[in-house]
Design a protein around this ligand. Structure first.
Ligand code: HEM
Length: 378
């Protein structure tokens, strides 16, 4: 794949046509030295500009440096192309005020209101060890080794400044972020991403995805907010569910991915169509109906999730699911009300468990070689 442009008004890896693999990592900042944190963000920016162009993390690379020093690149992506690599960075609430309420870096006054802690949703079974974080890095690529290499080299550069809090590998995109892409399937076997925001959506992206200058704080203009939810899918239970019931739960057909009652995938759902029994073809509690923007004052989001299988769980079941990622202009008006409706009423809840959660302010893009992630914040 061609390298994806790193510089621009928005970070790459949001509307970029979704790559096939994900390595997502959340870091805790372990220093209280503001200068070290800024230096790290500068180093990360420089290394990422190189890696997304298909180069090694440092100029001396894996093998051209002095024999007595550890190499500037870990080497496992030597001989591999850029593979569409994007690296997207976000700031968690802990960067502004840590768990003890300390303002370690003098940033508390610049906290975005939209970074307010997500409410606890009914049914949440969140594990704090794999939730939250002061910084997040989303690496996406069409080769999993390239994504892992990017994260590993950033973690290496961060030694003494950050430590990995949790990380997640994802294989197989479960969404579409460009009209040029075909719709993939999630582990329930359904097409996922049909009704997503896409890079071709123009003015709708300014309305729904990007933080506008007046939204505040000013340093976030051109950025977006990332919500991550690791959602375990109880696939063995799902696999014993009849086809018609699966389709009623989602609100779409399994084969074509069409809204129930209509023939084509991209037909706009019509919630007034009734079946022979007089009931709505798309039940009131169907997932895609509860989540539809017409039920949420027009609120949409850009979904960018990945399938995961983390081995098995020791009880004879696959530890599998969806690592859900959504980007939006303000989670309080988008993710939160939609998830509130889903958590309360979605019949899919019988088959899923939310086990981790994250919320990050994703600053605007890096515009030139002397710019760095979060420059306007510091
Ligand atoms: C639509 C699956 C979790 C928000 C869909 C569709 C499927 C699906 C198959 C229909 C195809 C499409 O338009 O993309 C799943 C599965 C989930 C999950 C398996 C969990 C394991 C979530 C969560 C949210 C969400 C946590 C947000 C809080 C949406 C939205 C739509 C959608 C906004 C589009 C609805 C429309 O406008 O038609 N999902 N989803 N989903 N989902 Fe999910």
């Amino acid at each position: 794949a061609d390298p994806v442009a790193f510089y621009g008004p928005h970070q790459a890896g949001i509307t970029t046509a979704m790559q096939d693999h994900l390595h997502f990592v959340a870091f805790d900042v372990v220093t209280t030295d503001r200068a070290k944190l800024v230096e790290l963000l500068q180093n990360w920016t420089a290394a990422t500009a190189r890696m997304t162009a298909g180069l090694e993390a440092g100029a001396l690379g894996a093998v051209r440096g002095p024999a007595w020093a550890p190499p500037e690149d870990t080497g496992e992506a030597l001989d591999l192309p850029a593979a569409g690599l994007t690296v997207t960075v976000g700031f968690g609430a802990g960067l502004f005020r840590d768990a003890q309420g300390r303002d370690r870096f003098g940033l508390a006054g610049r906290t975005p209101a939209a970074l307010a802690e997500l409410p606890k949703f009914p049914g949440d079974q969140l594990d704090p060890a794999i939730s939250g974080g002061d910084l997040c890095v989303q690496a996406c690529a069409n080769d999993p080794q390239v994504a892992v290499h990017a994260v590993r080299n950033l973690a290496r550069l961060g030694m003494g400044v950050v430590s990995v809090r949790w990380s997640q590998l994802g294989f197989g995109r479960t969404s579409v972020t460009s009209t040029t892409q075909t719709t993939p399937r999630n582990l329930f076997g359904f097409k996922d991403g049909t009704a997503n925001l896409k890079e071709e959506d123009g003015p709708l992206l300014d309305e729904q995805l990007w933080v506008a200058p007046g939204d505040g704080p000013e340093w976030m203009a051109g950025g977006s907010y990332l919500v991550s939810r690791k959602i375990r899918m109880l696939i063995e239970t799902w696999d014993r569910t009849p086809l018609a019931e699966q389709e009623a739960i989602v609100g779409r057909s399994k084969g074509v991915g069409a809204p129930l009652g209509l023939p084509n995938e991209h037909d706009e759902p019509d919630f007034t169509i009734r079946g022979d029994d007089g009931e709505p073809m798309i039940p009131e509690v169907a997932h895609a109906r509860l989540a539809h923007h017409t039920n949420h004052n027009g609120a949409r989001m850009l979904r960018r999730g990945y399938n995961f299988v983390d081995g098995s769980d020791g009880f004879g079941r696959l530890n599998a699911g969806l690592f859900f990622i959504s980007y939006q202009r303000d989670p309080r008006r988008q993710f939160v009300p939609v998830q509130q409706a889903l958590a309360r009423q979605d019949v899919m809840n019988e088959y899923i468990r939310h086990v981790s959660s994250g919320l990050f302010a994703v600053p605007p893009g890096v515009t030139a070689a002397d710019d760095y992630w979060g420059r306007k914040l510091f």
